[in-house]
Design a protein around this ligand. Sequence first.
Ligand code: APR
Length: 258
Amino acid sequence: MTRVDAKGTVEQAAERLRACRHVVALTGAGLSAESGIPTYRGSGGIWTKWGEPTIDGWELFNSDPGRWWEEAIDRQTLMSDFAQAIDRAEPNPGHLAMAELERMGRLHHVITQNIDDLHRRAGSRAVTEIHGNRHLVRCMSCGRRDRQDAIFLERLPPLCQECGGILKNDTVMFGEPIPADVLDECHRQANLADAFLVVGTSAVVYPAAEFPAMAKRRGAALLELNPEPTPLSRLADVVVRAPAGESLPRLAALLGTA
Ligand code: APR
């Protein structure tokens, strides 16, 4: 196994991926950083600035969902700069390159920790949003998801039109379990993968960070695209220390040639 140092090249990544049959990507906030959305950790990160949220939100939702919705709507009217950054964001060359890799049959599934919908807006279709999607609400009983702008908030908490269950925004809160359907798909993809491309994530949040390590233990190739080291770097076969907006378009160009 060639352990490539921080100067691991995109060419080496392309060579590793060329022979693979089922490539899965795990993406994080670093991929959307070049769309103007702040990351969570590291310099300028929102948790770095404001501290990580507590699990109070999840506990309040469970004890008084109506009050949780009232506070969520108040927060929304405050429109944090994070929410405004997401609203303004457009897919960047990294997202577009991943959609291109999917069209070429070189990338088979994306597990994203991002809630910004930018993979789908870039054209990726095989996407699992392990931390949810900020534009959606989810029924806590039947799991049905609807566009947030399609529900009525006259009566709180809003109820599922399918089963009458209580609705919550789809974004997974600290302390909230990952929805079972999402977790099943992530496990399925980690078992199918013969290569995992880890892009723009600090790889410190579980269960998301476990999937590339699971695949690696099964013999899959592990490739990391990130300007900074992460806990997965030592496991990686190829490490490319560059911004995703640079490395991914180069990777797509190399894999686009026969
Ligand atoms: N290209 C690639 N990677 C980048 C870039 C870039 N242009 N800019 C920053 N990065 C890397 C950083 O080096 C860091 O490793 O992106 C990573 C961002 O890490 P985090 O801010 O921790 O974001 P993420 O890994 O997605 O966080 C995981 O934590 O709080 C939860 O739910 C939240 O989904 C989030 C999860």
